[in-house]
Design a protein around this ligand. Structure first.
Ligand SMILES: [Zn+2]
Length: 185
């Protein structure tokens, strides 16, 4: 999957979970899902996140290869550990986004080494798509439609999303103002 499809499909799954579990669709949760859904591709220097990783992705690719260890449940558990230590909207979002990325790639023809580093299996699922293909374009359209439907129509998630965004922006402004005050004194 390309990065756009990862972000949109993960947000759609996150919105679906929010509706099902009555979990707040907080801006921190949304940002976490976006970031988490890009994170596994840190093993590819040409990926969206790899190009912004200050050389880290080159190192990871050399050591583990693309779609290696970062695309396993083991890596997901390591990332989710952060959520266990610092539970927050952001960290649960990162954990979920990461997991949704793995599920997205699991359905691709190339699949992922889901049980690395313990077993080198790459399960092939009955429904697959080729990364960057027309099928993936169609999937992107379907997920985009579903996301808007979940957020604005079916789940009505947007009022809380807007409210939490306003709160976040105003607290950032407050912190900046306080900071400017301290340095000007
Ligand atoms: Zn990937």
């Amino acid at each position: 999957m390309r990065y756009k499809t990862h972000i949109v499909s993960s947000l759609t799954a996150g919105a679906g979970l929010s509706i099902m579990l009555n979990y707040p669709f907080h801006i921190g949760y949304v940002i976490g899902i976006c970031f988490g859904s890009l994170l596994p591709d840190i093993d590819e220097p040409r990926s969206f996140i790899g190009r912004r990783s200050f050389g880290l992705s080159k190192y990871v690719k050399q050591r583990y290869g693309h779609r290696g260890i970062t695309h396993s449940l083991f890596a997901w558990m390591l990332v989710s550990f952060v959520f266990l230590i610092y539970p927050s909207f952001l960290t649960i979002g990162i954990s979920l986004g990461y997991l949704f990325h793995l599920i997205g790639d699991l359905f691709s023809i190339r699949s992922i080494p889901i049980l690395a580093p313990f077993k080198p299996v790459r399960p092939t699922l009955p429904f697959t798509y080729k990364t960057g293909s027309f099928t993936e374009d169609i999937l992107l359209y379907i997920f985009t439609f579903l996301l808007f439907y979940f957020v604005f129509v079916y789940g009505k998630l947007y009022p809380y999303l807007i409210q939490s965004t306003v709160e976040l922006v105003s607290s950032i402004i407050h912190i900046l103002m306080d900071y400017l005050k301290t340095i000007s004194n």
